[in-house]
Design a protein around this ligand. Structure first.
Ligand code: GDP
Ligand code: MG
Length: 441
């Protein structure tokens, strides 16, 4: 995420941290670097100016300069300012406890509305709500089908009436349908256009007027940088938005949109899209994002992701097997599935403190590696998976051939497996040493 910006900011701040005492000149030099990094990240010019002024003022203040750890205090100031810039605290969707909540997604073609409608519905369903997806894009031939496929996958009902009715009528009918079925959230997928034009805005305004959605959320592609900010400004002016969902953050190396939208439009970013899959959506936490950018990790999001994706019963069972040292490749494969469902591995690594900077590159953990490991385990027989000690030379060759990998790859995996097992064994013995059950770390 925002590799360039993250790297530069971390570099600059590390230099400050290393100094025992700071002079005003040191701070000003650092702020020049921060300014350049933000501008290169395509952050809005005026936003950068205000940001630098505010941070400089705070950083050269008595409190920071006279403190015992001025470098760290400056980092704290930058962290706070970045958090404020992105909206300070998380802004939730307002879901009514009594009545139907209607969410309308708007945005240009290709911004990710249909995908996001599905992701959002899936997310809200996991929180215990009963959403309905509504196919309000009747112009793109495949749009209705696309939503239906997503709905099927997420097991969420989709309301569609073909392409012969006006969107506003379809939507009105969908509300009746939702009420009759006892559903509590309606998520409307609307049509976009390649560019903002009057036809699009008139259509959306008509829906707004007649349907009165509880929230109008703009879906916008983060990779378009300042264009995204301009689009948000126009949509907000025309429709007065309740929030923004920033998509494709997984492909956004710069971060200009994420850092400017709230400051320029005053619309909060409510969610971010971080991939193409149904699970690739996260509520937007300005503080956590700031901390990720500054390389301080985001352990909270990591834990939340794990909680959503891991079946608690299975986890308990797994823990029991671990304790009895019955850990096999079958378990390994299952754990791998969980990791994969949590999203791209590079994205997960970023949430671990200290991983954001250049270090990640040298580690060579990527999704391709996971695919390889999976292929290797899949090429093992059941017996081999349960008892890897029987995997001799000729079996290794066969597994490599079957999985399209090299014998070295198989060797490496086996070595890692036995090492892991050994560590687990040591933990087990450590644990036995204590009377009460304790985590080994
Ligand atoms: P719409 O025209 O606004 O409805 O956009 P779609 O939902 O059809 O999405 C357009 C393309 O963007 C599709 O290929 C999606 O898979 C992709 N997409 C949407 N959100 C994300 C995201 O957060 N990350 C990535 N990498 N791709 C996304
Ligand atoms: Mg669409």
């Amino acid at each position: 995420l925002f590799e360039g910006l993250a790297h530069k900011l971390q570099e600059t701040l590390r230099k400050l941290k290393g100094k025992g005492k700071l002079s005003e000149a040191d701070v000003k030099q650092a702020m020049r670097e921060v300014k350049l990094a933000l501008l290169e990240a395509d952050v809005n010019f005026k936003v950068v100016k205000d940001f630098i002024n505010s941070v400089t003022e705070r950083a050269v203040g008595q409190e920071v300069m006279m403190s015992l750890t001025p470098g760290q205090q400056v980092i704290k100031v930058v962290n706070e300012a970045l958090t404020e810039l992105m909206g300070k605290t998380k802004t939730d969707i307002n879901i009514s406890s009594k009545d139907l909540t209607v969410l309308m997604l708007v945005g240009l073609q290709g911004s990710g509305k249909t995908t996001t409608a599905g992701k959002l519905a899936n997310y809200l369903k996991k929180q215990g709500h009963s959403p309905l997806l509504v196919a309000g894009d009747i112009y793109r031939p495949a749009a209705i089908k696309q939503l239906q496929i997503i709905g099927e996958k997420a097991e969420i009902p989709v309301f569609a009436m073909g392409d012969k009715n006006k969107p506003v009528n379809i939507i009105k009918r969908s509300l009746e349908f939702a009420r009759s079925k006892g559903l509590n959230i309606v998520i409307i997928d609307t049509a976009g256009r390649l560019h903002i034009n009057d036809e699009l805005m008139e259509e959306l305004k008509e829906i707004k007027l007649e349907v009165e959605p509880d929230e109008i959320l703009l879906v916008v592609d983060a990779m378009t940088g300042q264009d995204a900010v301009n689009i948000a400004q126009t949509f907000n002016y025309q429709l007065s938005l309740d929030g923004v969902i920033l998509t494709k953050l997984d492909g956004d190396t710069r971060g200009g949109a994420a850092l400017s939208i709230k400051a320029v439009t005053n619309c909060p970013i409510k969610f971010i899209g971080v991939g193409e899959k149904l699970e690739d959506i996260e509520p937007f936490h300005p503080d956590r994002m700031a901390s990720r950018i500054l390389g301080m990790g985001d352990v909270l999001t990591l834990i939340e992701k794990a909680q959503v994706n891991i079946d608690l019963e299975k986890a308990k069972e797994f823990e029991k097997r671990l304790k009895n040292q019955q850990f096999t490749f079958e378990d390994f494969l299952e754990q791998l599935q969980y990791v994969k469902e949590m999203g791209p591995i590079s994205h997960i690594m970023e949430m671990i403190p200290g991983f954001n900077s250049g270090k990640l590159k040298g580690l060579n953990v990527d999704d391709k590696e996971l695919v390889k490991i999976e292929a290797i385990i899949n090429s093992m027989t059941k017996q081999e998976r349960m008892d890897p000690s029987i995997i001799n030379g000729s079996r290794r060759k066969r597994i490599a051939r079957g999985s399209g990998t090299k014998v070295q790859d198989v060797n490496r995996l086996l070595k890692q497996f036995f090492q892991t097992k050994k560590i687990i064994k040591q933990f087990g013995e450590m644990e036995k040493g204590y009377k009460k059950r304790k985590f080994p770390f």
